[in-house]
Design a protein around this ligand. Structure first.
Ligand SMILES: Cc1ncc(COP(=O)(O)O)c(C=O)c1O
Length: 406
């Protein structure tokens, strides 16, 4: 095919997300061994919203993971993929009533978050007087005061769960404990701070101990949520987090009676996922060099919150023979001016056919992609045996036009 006739957007096998099974298995192994060595009695959950690619969910199910879901859609998705309802952890502030009941009746885990869920629980207890229900509560505590060094997700503090300091949590516990067949059996303490320190998890585990003692709760589980670092050599990993968490839990809980639940998302899949893109064009505009690629900021950072894009280059020819460019702006494939990813300084000149591979690209990316100008890119699995498998074909108008009428 002549150069001018090729499809400039789909350059070779890009753009595409790649998932390396070997790296995924490495982080799963790290999580499993950290939980097993430090506590022994544990459940590995996976936060479905982080990346709900069906191939990934089935892979994790086969590795023994439970599905942590926060919507009816996510629940129905994991059911279709074969997760039993008793292997579902249902969280979030806006639950669906049918799903709430189905998970509880099947013996799955539900962590209450909103005011009306207490009413639902009362009603369920009345309707099933012969059943016993264990229920969890999401704890909202003042991380800013407990860990002043921590960089919070939002300056005003977290909005999920029941507030410990003002007594709302205690009131919710009392209301549930007054029901004859309902027992508060779990606490959920997910943290989503930016700094993701080991200390914050130590503090949250201490909170679980404190609340359990103060309210006289015999807990069947403590769910430490997600929010960990993972896939980065310069940051703590599961070994550090669970050593600290379990040191605190050990001061009060009996490992044989209290299950430790973890429900990581990004830390589990970051290392394994890259986003592979190609340079399509370079343009000189009034002294600036713009490098046009077929990946986009919308693929990697649809919320436009990130300032850095870990990446590496794969040059089509020896970069040492190329002139050095003082500055090159890497730009995305949409027609939006803001679709610029990063600037590289004093680096070999980029040329069409070079590849820019974004590392740690698995969390809150491929499933948050908008259908904006271009559709979902392909997802390729690099299997442990070296073979490749297409887990999701790139979307075309065939998928986009589904359920449309005109
Ligand atoms: C309740 C809950 N659990 C787990 C996670 C996964 O977090 P992460 O992807 O940071 O590990 C989240 C993410 O927001 C969450 O809200």
């Amino acid at each position: 095919m002549a150069y001018a006739d090729r499809d400039p957007f789909h350059n070779g096998d890009t753009p595409a997300f790649h998932i390396r099974e070997k790296d995924l298995l490495y982080d799963i192994g790290l999580l499993r061994s950290s939980l097993s060595l430090n506590w022994g009695n544990y459940i590995m959950g996976y936060s479905v919203k982080t990346n709900s690619l069906p191939w990934l969910l089935v892979f994790l199910k086969e590795q023994g993971f439970y599905a942590e879901v926060v919507s009816r859609e996510e629940y129905e998705l994991v059911q279709k993929l074969g997760f039993p309802a008793c292997h579902v952890i249902y969280n979030g502030p806006i639950k669906d009533r049918d799903v709430f009941e189905a998970v509880l009746l099947a013996g799955g885990y539900v962590n209450l978050d909103s005011s009306w869920e207490l009413d639902w629980m009362e009603e369920l207890s009345r309707r099933f007087p012969d059943r016993d229900f264990g229920i969890g509560l999401r704890v909202n505590c003042d991380i800013a005061s407990l860990c002043p060094e921590e960089v919070l997700a939002e300056e005003e503090g977290g909005r999920f769960g029941y507030c410990y300091e003002n007594g709302v949590l205690k009131a919710a516990v009392n209301r549930l404990q007054s029901l004859p067949n309902v027992r508060v059996s779990g606490l959920h303490l997910h943290s989503s701070t930016q700094s993701r320190t080991v200390d914050v998890y130590g503090t949250l585990a201490r909170m679980a101990v404190q609340i359990s003692r103060e309210y006289g709760l015999a807990l069947s589980y403590v769910d430490m949520g997600g929010g960990y670092f993972g896939g980065r050599d310069d940051k703590p990993d599961y070994r550090d987090y669970f050593q600290r968490i379990c040191r605190e839990l050990d001061t009060h809980f009996d490992r044989r009676k209290t299950v430790l639940i973890a429900e990581p998302g990004i830390s589990l899949i970051s290392r394994a996922v890259t986003f592979e893109t190609a340079v399509l064009d370079t343009k000189d505009i009034r002294g600036r060099k713009f490098v046009v690629t077929n990946g986009s900021r919308v693929n990697l950072n649809p919320l436009v919150t990130r300032h850095s894009y870990p990446h590496h280059m794969e040059y089509a020819s020896d970069p040492s023979t190329r002139p050095l460019e003082p500055c090159q702006w890497i730009c995305g494939a949409t027609c939006m001016e803001y679709d610029r990813l990063f600037e590289i300084k004093n680096a070999p000149r980029l040329m069409p056919g070079d590849r820019i591979v974004y590392d740690t690209a698995g969390g809150y990316t491929m499933c948050l992609n908008p259908l904006f100008i271009h559709y979902f890119p392909e997802v390729v699995i690099e299997k442990a045996d070296g073979s490749r498998f297409i887990a999701r074909e790139a979307w075309t108008n065939e998928e986009f036009l589904q359920k449309n009428h005109w």
